[in-house]
Design a protein. Structure first.
Length: 314
């Protein structure tokens, strides 16, 4: 144990450097806007809670591998509990191949952030090595790729800035990455809370009356209420299309029924351009989602069945 304690004591000085080098949440604390830091923390907590559900099969099917992915993303956002939980999975080979160096580093990082359980565990996991799993190896800028650049927000008129920050503040509470939420709002209304389309779509998130009613939006021109309704719909679409951003965006633009009918992005020019714009902005095709919100789209299951049949026949 003495050697382990010595290793931890020596390693503590390296933990901060490791976390900065891998682009952990500490990068976000450099932002002048504390709202950004708070929203990062909410997003991390949401992901960690989802991971816990999948690790233990609470309300969802038990899926340790998916839990590890969610824990890892939450860890990158600076959640000490997620670091500890992922370290525990590696230390005990629970759903993952046992890896004591990974466990030791994760415990060390969690302990550095004040997690008492991790602080006790580092005494037993051997010398601090700094080894981390592949999911924690992205370059430093990756942590902020899902966050709109501060410069781009400051370039907006004051009222648009206010709406953008309101949107970013609420997005994590719905499990939505702020960059994806902003992409939708910019494409829909350019952050105009008074926007009204020829199809009677209203406000920042351009909610049609049926969607506003569906997500309990009583005052569609109130920016905060409209944003919450739009985020709730995005959360639903992501769950329905199992995290496929292209399909979720297509559903937001043309309705999920049209995506189901065409078993993919509908062949409408407007919708196709809309999806291209969203994908170019978010630079990602996949988004974490909550399985508990809604069952998967039947069209997704049909596509999966068709692909399996084709593969078996080849």
């Amino acid at each position: 144990m003495g050697r382990a304690l010595a290793g931890w004591s020596k390693g503590r000085a390296l933990v901060l450097g490791l976390m900065v080098a891998h682009g952990f949440f500490l990068a976000a604390t450099a932002h002048a806007d504390t709202q950004v830091a708070e929203a990062f923390a909410r997003q991390a907590r949401y992901l960690a809670e989802q991971a816990l559900s999948y690790e233990h099969g609470e309300g969802v099917r038990r899926d340790p591998e998916h839990a590890a992915v969610l824990y890892c993303e939450a860890a990158r956002l600076g959640d000490a509990e997620a670091m500890y939980a992922l370290g525990w999975m590696y230390a005990n080979g629970r759903g993952l191949v046992r890896n004591d160096p990974y466990a030791g580093t994760l415990f060390a990082m969690a302990a550095f952030l004040g997690n008492e359980h991790a602080g006790r565990m580092v005494r037993y996991t051997g010398d601090y090595t700094g080894a981390v799993p592949d999911c924690l190896h992205p370059p430093p800028e990756t942590i902020l790729e899902d966050w709109p650049a501060e410069d781009s927000i400051l370039a907006m008129p004051p009222e648009r800035q206010r709406i953008a920050r309101l949107l970013m503040a609420h997005a994590p509470s719905y499990g939505i990455r702020p960059r994806f939420a902003l992409a939708i709002a910019l494409a829909e209304s350019n952050l105009n809370p008074n926007a009204l389309s020829p199809k009677n779509a209203m406000g920042v998130m351009q909610l049609i009356p049926e969607t506003a009613l569906r997500f309990n939006v009583r005052k569609p021109f109130d920016p905060e209420e409209n944003i919450k309704g739009g985020l709730a719909y995005l959360r639903w679409l992501l769950a329905y299309f199992r995290g496929d951003i292209a399909l979720a965006a297509a559903g937001y633009n043309a309705g999920e029924g049209a995506v189901d009918r065409f078993r993919g992005v509908p062949p409408y020019r407007e919708t196709q351009l809309y999806v291209e714009r969203i994908l170019a902005f978010v630079r990602n095709r996949y988004h974490p989602f909550d399985h508990r919100v809604v069952d998967a789209s039947p069209a997704l299951q049909q596509n999966k069945t068709a692909a399996t049949t084709e593969e078996q026949g080849s």
